[in-house]
Design a protein around this ligand. Structure first.
Ligand code: TXA
Ligand code: MG
Length: 319
């Protein structure tokens, strides 16, 4: 495994070749880092499952360079999904669509739908473009962490998660700190209206306004298999406890306006919900580095990205 600290255009061309040769490339997106493989190459995709320790029947998101590539992967795309793609791509939104029959079961976990996303990050974009020049159709990429663990939002976190599980041929592309910090909004577009499976920074109101459709706030998992939908996920070693009175020695994460309780170890002091999302996972990692056993979190209470923050905290605290 080699880390590329500064991604020049030439090195991104090389990284695209590494993907084409069937190896793995971890790369930054605006949400979290992804662990990528050629989405048409079964043995390459298999390496993702091995590196992550992820069960094989869990589907992967395919990353594409623009919505022009949608029909390589999906069929029967409803009009509201086209509206969403037009409005929010490139960006932190994954659409679940009926799969094109050519899409492998190894991507979809055998399901009849496929998750697609156009990321909004210059390195991810260049990598996709160079990969397409080599004949590639899309890059399958889950978050670049071990299964059930916290998504990485910087290159050090990717290394910490995966260095023991990658080979000498695999590459890690450094793109600094991810802007958003929590994973994309996942929207099931296989029914007659959109259904949000995982909240993110594209919010329910944004989806509803864009499509002129009323969307249920309840997340219905239905029959879709969905690891982020497991009750415990996104969890550090430390126990995450929400809205409780801390004891001295506990870690503490809250908006800057809330004072640190006596004797607690402050992990971050975000001044807004957006910053809260950006530092959430690095705060979890910091707690583990400091061997803190328990972290008290006071989640932001408003709408917008705070819904996604509370969703991830709910899962992290379910351990
Ligand atoms: O922001 C993100 O979405 C990041 C970056 C790297 O793009 N990716 C990410 O991937 O979070 P992952 O695999 O860690 O989480 C994606 C979620 C999983 O829970 C997976 O089950 C679900 O998306 N998913 C993917 N394809 C699906 C499909 N066809 N049907 C239902 N769920 C799907
Ligand atoms: Mg993940």
């Amino acid at each position: 495994m080699q880390t590329i600290p500064n991604c020049s255009p030439n090195l991104i061309v090389e990284a695209a070749q590494v993907l084409k040769d069937g190896h793995l490339v971890a790369f930054p997106t605006e949400t979290v880092y992804g662990l990528g493989a050629d989405a048409t190459n079964k043995s390459a995709v298999n390496k993702i499952f091995l590196a992550k320790g992820r069960p094989k029947n869990h589907p992967l998101i395919v990353h594409i360079s623009s919505m022009n590539r949608l029909y390589d992967w999906a069929v029967d795309i409803p009009e509201y999904a086209i509206k969403l793609a037009n409005n929010f791509w490139p960006g932190p939104m994954t659409l679940i669509l009926r799969r094109n029959p050519s899409v492998g079961d190894f991507i979809t976990g055998g399901q009849s739908n496929v998750g697609l996303r156009v990321p909004d990050h210059h390195i991810a974009y260049q990598l996709l473009i160079e990969f397409e020049k080599l004949g590639g159709l899309g890059i399958a990429a889950p978050s670049a962490n071990r299964f059930g663990s916290v998504s990485p939002t910087n290159i050090q976190a990717v290394q910490d998660e995966l260095e023991n599980y990658l080979t000498q041929f695999d590459l890690l592309l450094n793109g600094g700190q991810c802007d958003i910090g929590v994973e994309s909004t996942i929207i099931d577009c296989t029914g007659n209206k959109p259904n949000i499976l995982r909240p993110g920074s594209v919010t329910l109101d944004m989806v509803s306004n864009c499509t002129d459709l009323k969307i249920d706030s309840v997340i219905q998992l239905k029959t879709i298999r969905f690891p982020g939908g497991l009750s415990s996920h996104y969890a550090p070693q430390a126990k995450i406890v929400l809205d409780q009175l801390p004891q001295p020695g506990d870690g503490f994460l809250a908006l800057a306006e809330i004072q640190t309780p006596f004797g607690c170890i402050r992990l971050a002091s975000p001044t807004s919900a957006n910053e809260f999302a950006r530092v959430l996972y690095s705060s979890f990692r910091l707690a583990d580095q400091k061997r803190i056993k328990k972290v008290i979190v006071i989640p932001p209470t408003d709408h917008g990205i705070s819904v996604a923050i509370r969703d991830r905290l709910g899962k992290a605290s379910a351990k």
